[in-house]
Design a protein around this ligand. Structure first.
Ligand SMILES: [Zn+2]
Length: 244
């Protein structure tokens, strides 16, 4: 373990372009239990009579906006996570010019709130909301505090959070940016996800740099494709890298 950490330190030190991919393991550190977690999914389904995958989809948003927003406000907007130690380490790495880009599936702008500036929010952000009719932008609080469906004060259109819902394809601009960053990386560090993760699996194939490192809690057969694997919670490893 110690040997692996010093190897990781050296890899990062020597790298001229490091890209970090943050997966669900990083969001969990902030106390968020994803909707794909079976217990949470079951609990939500019991409460709303529909599954989270159904409710958090674009079809549901269009067909039953009222219930979509009830679910969204109660289950998504009420669990805005606190900042984590890992987020602070990543921000310190960025300041030290040892991290060039963070790509994340976290919809709570966790990385920016921790102080990182070069971030791609692959699944969007709860802090960005737009009227579907006139495109006027609204802050998260406007959506959170609206009674029922949040509507535009300018034109009466429905306001939609700019997060990707189940069944939707990711914004092509973000796909393009993500691919370019991964192609450019000399070191790719995958935190809290496997190399075959649903979101990142296809992107990782574009990596053509020197070192592919993975830090996650449970061993996975795809680990063998990495140059360095550390089986542990990312926070335990990040805290030992010497960035503060
Ligand atoms: Zn409008």
């Amino acid at each position: 373990m110690e040997r692996k950490i010093s190897m990781l330190k050296r890899i990062l030190e020597e790298s001229r372009y490091t890209v970090v991919l943050c997966g669900p393991g990083m969001t969990e550190e902030a106390g968020i239990i994803g909707m794909k977690n079976q217990d949470r999914a079951y609990e939500i389904e019991r409460k709303y009579k529909d599954s989270p995958e159904e409710m958090f989809s674009s079809a549901y948003f269009s067909a039953r906006p009222e219930k979509f927003f009830e679910f969204y406000k109660n289950e998504i907007l009420t669990q805005i996570p606190l900042l984590t130690q890992s987020g602070k380490v990543l921000a310190a790495m960025e300041r030290a010019k040892k991290l060039q880009c963070i790509i994340t599936t976290n919809i709570y702008e966790q990385s920016q709130r921790s102080g990182c500036s070069r971030v791609i929010n692959l699944r969007g952000s709860i802090y960005k909301n737009k009227c579907l009719r006139c495109e006027k932008e609204y802050p998260m609080e406007y959506v959170r505090d609206a009674k029922g469906i949040p509507v535009c004060e300018q034109c009466g259109g429905i306001i939609r959070p700019q997060v990707s819902l189940f069944g939707e394809t990711v914004d092509s601009r973000l796909v393009c940016e993500t691919t370019m960053e991964i192609e450019r990386a000399e070191v790719l560090l995958v935190l809290g996800a496997t190399l075959q993760s649903e979101v990142y699996g296809t992107y990782i194939r574009y990596f053509n740099g020197k070192y592919l490192a993975v830090i996650h809690q449970n061993p996975h057969h795809s680990d063998e494709k990495a140059d360095l694997v550390i089986i542990d919670h990312p926070k335990n490893v990040l805290s030992q890298l010497g960035y503060e």
